[in-house]
Design a protein around this ligand. Sequence first.
Ligand SMILES: O=C(O)CCC(=O)C(=O)O
Ligand SMILES: [Fe+2]
Length: 193
Amino acid sequence: MPTNLLPFQGEASFFPDFFSEQESDLLFQKAVEEIHWKQEPIWMFGKKVMQPRLTALYGHPEISYGYSGIEMKPFPWTDFLLEIKNRIEKEAGVIFTHVLLNHYRDGKDSMGWHRDNEKVLGPNPVIGSVSFGALRNFQLRHYVDKQHKISLDLSHGSFLLMKGETQHHWEHQIPKTSKIIGPRINMTFRRIG
Ligand SMILES: O=C(O)CCC(=O)C(=O)O
Ligand SMILES: [Fe+2]
């Protein structure tokens, strides 16, 4: 059992080699080729802007999910997504209903500071985050006292589990990097409704 990455007000556990190298290579390839990737707009400070990455939502087809002013209708589960879901549910101890997928094409793609605290996720969301492909830096920062910052590298085949009060008190981001790097796939499994 890994130790908690957060000093207080939340729980985040990191499993660097959750999937084997071989499995991870295969799952990365499948995700790149088989997921219906799209660049979607979001609303930021009253303006419609394109997200700096590709995204897709999969899961329970009757329950749509939205954030930052957009509404996404999920595609139905595929076999390889269900396989990943089953594996991480054993560790997380919850049943996930959806997965939001992110495709960072290179170092210019990113995700800004945010919390995964939409009302539909409930009071203490459990977020299961799986990464394949290029290594990217992931940062957590206390929402009020922004001095408290934690940085970790999300590697190929890794699993990050956030739960408890984390989404109340900590925000997270994937910063841009000037390093020349290849694509990365991230999947954040969630429980909606
Ligand atoms: O790409 C990542 O590791 C983070 C994704 C994320 O924070 C999200 O989808 O809410
Ligand atoms: Fe997030």
